[in-house]
Structures are given as C-alpha cells and as structure tokens.
Design a protein around this ligand. Structure first.
Ligand SMILES: Nc1ncnc2c1ncn2[C@@H]1O[C@H](COP(=O)(O)OP(=O)(O)OP(=O)(O)O)[C@@H](O)[C@H]1O
Length: 637
C-alpha cells in the first residue's frame, strides 16, 4: 500500500492538503440530437437538416478544496445534466465537449471512482442487508488494496459514529414502500458513509435533501459543510433550500437554459442580480426568488417589464463581462499553477491511470459471493415459499396423474405429466428470475457506476450463489412427482429424468436473466417473454408434428430447449419398453415404447445430443445475458 492509499485509509475523515482537489470545467457543452447521436452523424454527412438541442451551453466553473458549491436553477435548467457531465455519467446518446480538469490537469474517467464519491438523489441498497453488513461489503471493494481487515473495521466504526448511524447499524436497510427498514435520513447518511469509505477528496451530490423535511435537510447540508471543512471539494445540486441553508453554501452556480447565469457566493448573487434589476424583496427566500426569476416561464407583471427571454439574455451577457466570470477564469489558471505543488496527487493520478477498480477481480468476486449468499439467506421467506410451492405443485400434479400403469390409457397421462412438469419448472424459473433480477438491477447499476466492481464479477457471483437453489428445487419437485405418477421405475432412469429437469430449470433461469437485462422493465419483460417462449413450446414436437410443417420452418426445433427436453425425457421413459398393454382393442394402440417415441418423431439415438444441446443452451443464454449486461452498462441510461 503506498503512502497516499494508506493516508486515505486512516481513521480521520480529513483530507490531507497533498490530496486535495480543485475541480474545474471549462467551456462545457452538451448536445442532444433529435434522432440520436449516431443517426445524426450519418445523416449530417448526407447534408440532411436535423434538429439539435443544446442542454449545456458553454458552461465554465470551478470548485476548490474546502468549498461547497450548489448548482441551482429552475426545473430543466440543466443541473442534473451538468452534474452527470462532471462525473462522466452523461448518457452516451448525448454529445459532450469541453475540458474537465483536476488541479488544472485533464484526467481519465476511471480516476473518478478513486477521487470522488457520488451520492445520488435516490438511495438504492440491497434491502435485506443491515447497515453494518452493507458497509462491510462496500469497504471490502472500495478501500485501497492491501488495507488490513482491522483498519477497514475501524474506518466503518468511525464513519458510523461520525454520521450518527450507531442506533441503526444492525437494522435491516429495507426498501422504501416495500420492506420496512431505516428512515429516509438514515438512508441518506448511509449513502454518505458508503461514499466516504475511501476518504475521497471530491464529492458530488444530486439533490441530497430531496424527500427530507426542513430539519433533516439542514442537517444533511451541515454534514456536507463539515465534510467540506475537512478539505473536501463538494459539488451538489439543490432544490428549494431554505434561506438558512442557502447561506451555508460557499458558492452557488445558477443555471438557466443550460447557460451560466452566475457563479459566486450567495451574498454576491444577491448583489449581482439586484444590479440587473432582479431585487429580492425583503423577507423573501433569495434562493426561491432567484430560481423562479431565472425560470424560462417566469412572467414579470410589473408595467414596462422586458420579456423574460430578453432578461435572460441580459443576465448571460452581464455575467460574462462581470468580475465573477473573470474570477472563475483566474481561479482555473491559478489551480494549474498550483498543480506543480500537488505532486502527490498527480502521482496518484498516474498510478490510477490504468486501474479501473480499487480491488482486483478475485476480491470483488469473493465479496459479492458472500453478500449474495447473505442476501439469499435473509430472503429465507422467499426461498421457503418457493420450496413449499414446489412441493405443493408436485403434489397436485402427482395426485392428478396418480399411479399410472403400463397400458394404452396411461401413455397419454404419462406424456402429459412429463410435458406439464417441463413447462412448470422452466416457466416458473423464467418469471421468478425476471422478477427478482429486475428488482436488483438498479443496485447493481448504481454500485458498478460507482466503480465498486466489474460486471462479470457480479454476474458470476450471483449465478453461482443461486445455482444450488436452481438445482435443489427441481430435484425436490421430481422426487415427489416421479414416484407419485409412477414413471419408469428404474433408479437410473429417475436420475436421468432429474438431470434433464434440472437442466430445463436452469435454461429457464438463464433465459429469465437475459430477458430481464434486455428489457430492464418488469411488465415489458413479462410481455416479451411469453411471445418468445410460445413458438419454442410449439416446436417441442409434442403439440405439433414438426415433420408435417413447411420444411423451411422445421429448423426452429433446434432452437427449442423444450424439443430437446421432451425428446430426452420421453426416451428416458419409453426406450426399452417392449410391451404396452392395449386394453381397448378397437382403438389405435401404441404397443411399445418405440411406437410412442415414433408418434412424436423422437429418436433414442438423439438422447446424448439433446443433453449436450441443453447444457450448451444454459451456458450460451448466460453468456448472452452477461453480454447484454455489459452493453447495458455501456449505454449508461
Ligand atoms: N438524453 C436527453 N435527450 C434530450 N434532452 C435531454 C436529455 N437529458 C436531458 N434533456 C433535456 O435537457 C434539459 C435539462 O435537463 P436536466 O434534467 O439536466 O434539468 P434539471 O435542471 O436537472 O431539471 P430538474 O430539476 O427538473 O431535474 C431538459 O429540457 C431535458 O428535457
């Protein structure tokens, strides 16, 4: 562990002068294209006339160590877009230009996760974990490589103390509106604690007071102020602060229509806007007054007042020629000069250049494995319910198809029991995985974007932890149903039957992950899954004689895991059966197992191929799901 990392891991939350950060942004522009960035580029080469919208227009600003800067403006002014740009999280559909500088130097986006914490508006955590368990996990993946366990624990305890989380440290975090847990204020403080684990010198917050009452809001801003006084640079968006809270900020940056209207101290803001004729009335909250005065829809009803568009143009012009704009440029220049002294930080920047995560893959993977394991253990009501549901469904099907014999009437019932079991095990997994995974996806996206772990470490750990459940439940189902229905009595055949059903269940799981990831929306996922699955069921060969189909369509069977599963299971059941008792002589009777298999064009010699194809499908669908997740995180939003 080098000197810098060691200092970050010390107990005190203060940021040492050598690690402090001046963050500047110069001539930043963000543009949205009406038809998307790539289509726009393509069409503009063909000289097509296309609409573009500047969301951020030539914005320059700076925040220095020990300062707390608030980005303010009316709704739609561009605060969130600017914050996302400053944190390298702007959507890839938008075009960004301009300079982002740390101590006067351009830097790589990967450095953000080492130097900055980003506390977002919505607090998203795994609701089953306690505050302490969450912090233990986060500390393992975000604290510097080589940090000893004891030091991690001490850091967690000091943050718990500092952020007043002691009372709820062993309380389940919960999910607002779904699972009871800690309060909104505690959740916000937990988000701060998570961000502060590696003692970053830079902190971004998006509307940290939203949803909190005025007392809690003030507490949160006071906390930010304390963190700034420890040498941090804090940049936050803020919505409707009280006047008391407004004057706690060292600097405010007002935006309107994506342009800078002002940057400076709250007191200077009043002076500046008063000089343009926007005088804050006495006993009025200046923050409320200025935000509404800068809104594009503002209507000035005083006689002779200029239109709002003209007022805003005046503001931009006056600001650009003001000493406040000049101060910003001077500060940016000065931060570059001071950079030479910040040798330690520039060394850090070089050190992290090719490093994307605080911890290596194996540490991320093992921490995620432990967390996913605890998450499953703590969702024991869900697991217990699934276990009971599996037994119940097996009992119901077992009772309906009870004790079949070896006669012509039993053939239909046995095949029906096998078909319905395949449907049940596969579809149950598809839909339950979609449900659970889509709920967890925002947690993953938040943590991944915060630079905590890689996509593959998350996906592999999740898959591995859930695997036992997806193996045990189908075995439980088959164990109950198989002997109730009285399927092929050979023990070996039972094992083959169980293996096929476990594989089918796991194909369902893989498919569920894939659909969940590509849709990222529960109702869309459910609506997509059904029409995708139905053709595959039809091409199982059980409900439709594939050989009678138009030959150009019959290949679809090779994409249907239901086809492989039904063929394999019927072979396990009927292969080698040389005599079926024909009880009704006047009717068509399958006299042996080969005839039964022939009815569906299933072939005994395909058995091995069916197993290989199903195994391949489990793996391929997981790989598709992993690739979809990789693409999903690249797209950002
Ligand atoms: N990806 C996008 N494509 C097109 N327009 C966008 C995109 N993202 C944001 N905008 C537009 O940019 C403008 C600024 O949006 P932004 O969310 O940054 O404003 P804001 O000041 O944070 O507003 P609020 O306080 O309501 O969250 C809005 O008009 C919004 O519709």
């Amino acid at each position: 562990m080098n000197k810098i990392q060691a200092s970050r891991a010390t107990l005190s939350s203060a940021v040492e002068p050598e690690d402090q950060v001046t963050y500047a942004w110069k001539s930043v522009n963000v543009t949205a294209y009406s038809k998307g960035r790539f289509i726009h580029r393509f069409l503009s080469r063909k000289n097509a006339v296309l609409n573009t919208k500047k969301i951020i227009d030539d914005v320059t600003g700076i925040a220095r160590p020990g300062e707390m800067l608030a980005l303010m403006g009316a709704s739609g002014a561009g605060k969130s877009t600017l914050l996302n740009t400053l944190t390298y999280r702007v959507s890839r559909t938008l075009d960004v230009s301009g300079d982002l500088l740390i101590n006067g130097l351009p830097f790589d986006s990967t450095l953000m996760s080492f130097l900055a914490a980003y506390v977002q508006q919505e607090d998203i955590f795994l609701g089953n974990l306690t505050v302490m368990e969450h912090l233990e996990f986060a500390a393992k993946v975000v604290m510097a490589r080589g940090t000893k366990k004891a030091l991690r624990k001490e850091r967690i305890h000091s943050l718990i103390e500092e952020l007043n989380l002691s009372k709820c440290q062993n309380t389940r975090i919960g999910i607002p509106g779904k699972k009871k847990g800690i309060s909104g204020g505690e959740m916000k403080r937990l988000a701060f604690a998570t961000g502060l684990l590696n003692n970053p010198p830079l902190m971004f917050c998006d509307e940290p007071t939203s949803g909190l009452d005025s007392f809690m809001s003030k507490n949160v801003v006071l906390l930010l102020k304390r963190l700034a006084l420890q040498g941090r640079t804090i940049i936050t968006t803020i919505h409707q602060p009280s006047s008391e809270v407004y004057f706690l900020f060292d600097k405010v940056m007002f935006l309107a229509e994506g342009r800078v209207a002002f940057i400076g101290s709250p007191a200077d803001a009043n002076v500046f806007f008063a000089s343009i004729g926007a005088v804050c009335p006495a006993n009025f909250n200046p923050a409320d007054f200025l935000v509404s005065r800068l809104a594009t829809q503002y209507e000035d009803l005083t006689p002779g007042a200029i239109p709002q568009s003209q007022f805003l143009s005046n503001v931009y012009e006056r600001y650009q020629s003001s000493r406040y704009a000049k101060n910003v440029l001077d500060d940016i220049h000065e931060s570059r000069e001071a950079m030479v002294k910040k040798l330690r930080l520039s060394m850090t920047m070089n050190k992290f250049k090719n490093l994307h995560y605080a911890q290596p893959w194996r540490v991320q993977f093992s921490a995620l494995l432990v967390r996913s394991f605890w998450d499953i253990i703590k969702s024991r009501e869900l697991v217990t319910w699934k276990f009971l549901q599996t037994i119940l469904v097996a009992l119901v099907f077992g009772a309906l198809y009870w004790n079949q014999g070896n006669d012509q009437d039993s053939v239909l019932n046995i095949n029906g029991a096998i078909f319905i079991s395949v449907m049940n095990l596969c579809l149950n997994n598809v839909f339950s995985v979609i449900h659970v995974f889509i709920e967890e996806l925002p947690v993953f996206l938040r943590e991944h974007y915060n630079g905590m772990y890689r996509v593959d470490a998350y996906f592999l750990s999740k898959t591995l932890v859930e695997l036992p459940v997806h193996i045990i439940l189908p075995i439980v189902y088959v164990s109950v149903m198989y002997y109730m229905v009285n399927l092929n009595p050979s023990y070996e055949r039972f094992l083959w039957h169980a293996l096929v059903q476990v594989t089918v269940a796991n194909i369902g799981t893989s498919f569920g992950y894939f659909i969940g990831i590509i849709t990222n929306d529960l109702s869309l996922a459910l609506n997509c899954a059904t029409p995708m699955i139905i053709p595959l069921i039809l091409f199982s060969g059980f409900l439709l004689n594939i050989d009678t189909l138009w030959k150009y369509l019959s290949w679809v069977r090779y994409m249907s895991w239901f086809y492989y599963a039904m063929e394999a299971l019927l072979v396990v059941q009927w292969d080698g059966n040389e005599y079926i008792n024909c009880t009704r002589p006047q009717t068509t009777c399958p006299s042996n197992g080969t005839v039964v298999l022939g009815m569906f064009s299933y072939k005994t010699e395909n058995f091995q191929f069916d197993l290989y194809m199903m195994g391949l499908m489990v793996i391929l669908l997981r790989l598709f799901a992993l690739s979809a997740l990789q693409l999903r995180v690249m797209k950002k939003n």
